[in-house]
Design a protein around this ligand. Structure first.
Ligand SMILES: NC(=O)c1ccc[n+]([C@@H]2O[C@H](COP(=O)([O-])OP(=O)(O)OC[C@H]3O[C@@H](n4cnc5c(N)ncnc54)[C@H](O)[C@@H]3O)[C@@H](O)[C@H]2O)c1
Length: 351
């Protein structure tokens, strides 16, 4: 059986997902692409043999599309996910599910009303599939460093794309750190505070870097710097300090060069080579679940709602000059979701 995928948004991520699905994921074929910039849609369509659609709505409704991958602008996600729910089509939506808590809550409620809780929505928090993060989580669960006490993380990009601001640093980039921290520690984030060092002179559109403090229900404190104009390379770091030692993600260097009595390491320019395995494994897990009619082991709409709630609290902290904000998670977000990493395969009828 082959799942026919429609891709909405043929920019950096849509193109990357389309190539991965077409070349490296078994059981999937890309049959449709839509993007308001027709040349982009056409380029992906030519490469994959898919049809071009002039609108997302038309693509979602097409009988040639079994499931949809959304890689459009963050602001378009909610409306397009609603379209997929109305057509009862499984959807893998890039993060964030939607920029606001109100929109994410609406999507969770609509999914419950339409499917009775059967998850049609999966969300692209792909770090959960990165072999490094998975091994780090396994080491922690084995107890090799005793109980986790604190986490020190970094999220550094070379430069920002135009159009963002200080809040979108949190809602678009920092949200990866929010999701992966709760998932790694198997504990919901209960309070946050936002901090700003001196800002770089190289970007006047936002405070950069920012330091986010996240306290999970288990009492672990995470400090993460999000620095989007770090210039030197794409760099993601994560060290968990436990009672008897530390476990750290291996640094994402592509090569190490030794010459002239010096050793030097190269960085990727962006996230794609660093997380290529994670995108592939996430897509394969999604397709496998659709084919077998089981619950996709990806981040759920509820996980995405929890992450957006934390991001919104960080924006509130930022706007108040760094106050500590407590987050009210109304539902058991860890046990009731996949944030705990339980990849159970509950039978569902998603198709
Ligand atoms: N998981 C990750 O690691 C990761 C990394 C980067 C970006 N993202 C997310 O992926 C999504 C796409 O990011 P990108 O870097 O590819 O951006 P991009 O700007 O390169 O591509 C977005 C594309 O969506 C199209 N688009 C805009 N509005 C649309 C609409 N209403 N309908 C259909 N297409 C529309 C644009 O024309 C553009 O081609 C964003 O939501 C972003 O947050 C995720």
């Amino acid at each position: 059986m082959t799942v026919r995928i429609g891709i909405i948004g043929a920019g950096i991520m849509g193109t990357d997902h389309a190539r991965t699905l077409q070349r490296s994921v078994s059981g999937a074929t890309v049959t449709a692409v839509a993007d308001p910039v027709q040349d982009r849609a056409r380029a992906v369509a030519v490469e994959t043999g898919a049809r071009c659609f002039s609108s997302a709505e038309e693509l979602i409704a097409s009988p040639f599309v079994d499931a949809v991958l959304i890689a459009s602008h963050d602001s378009a996600h909610a409306e397009q996910v609603i379209g997929c729910l109305e057509h009862r089509k499984p959807v893998l939506c890039e993060k964030p599910l939607a920029p606001t808590v109100r929109e994410c809550q609406d999507l969770v409620d609509r999914q419950n009303a339409i499917t009775g809780g059967i998850p049609l929505i999966s969300v692209g928090f792909m770090r959960r599939f990165h072999p490094g993060y998975r091994e780090l989580k396994a080491r922690l669960e084995e107890g090799v460093v005793g109980q986790a006490l604190m986490v020190l993380s970094s999220h550094r990009n070379v430069t920002t794309s135009p159009g963002g601001d200080s809040a979108s640093t949190i809602t678009n980039s920092g949200i990866h750190e929010i999701d992966i921290t709760a998932w790694l520690l198997n504990s919901a984030i209960e309070s946050v505070s936002w901090h700003a060092p001196r800002t770089t002179a190289l970007d006047s559109s936002r405070q950069d870097p920012q330091v986010l403090h996240l306290r999970t229900a288990d009492g672990v404190l995470t400090s993460v710097d999000v620095f989007l104009n770090a210039r030197y390379g794409y760099d993601v770091r994560c060290e968990v300090v436990g009672e008897t030692g530390t476990v750290e993600l291996a640094r994402p260097h592509l090569t190490t060069t030794s010459r002239g009595l010096t050793e030097s390491r190269s960085y990727a320019a962006d996230w794609r080579p660093v997380f290529a395995d994670a995108y592939r494994l996430q897509s394969q897990a999604w397709i496998d679940a659709l084919i077998s009619g089981t619950r996709p082991p990806l981040a759920t709409a509820e996980d995405a709602l929890a992450a957006t709630r934390v991001a919104q609290a960080l924006v509130a902290s930022m706007n108040s000059g760094g106050a500590t904000i407590t987050i009210n998670h109304p539902q058991p977000t860890v046990e009731g979701s996949s944030a705990g990493g339980k990849l159970e395969r509950t039978p569902t009828h998603v198709r």
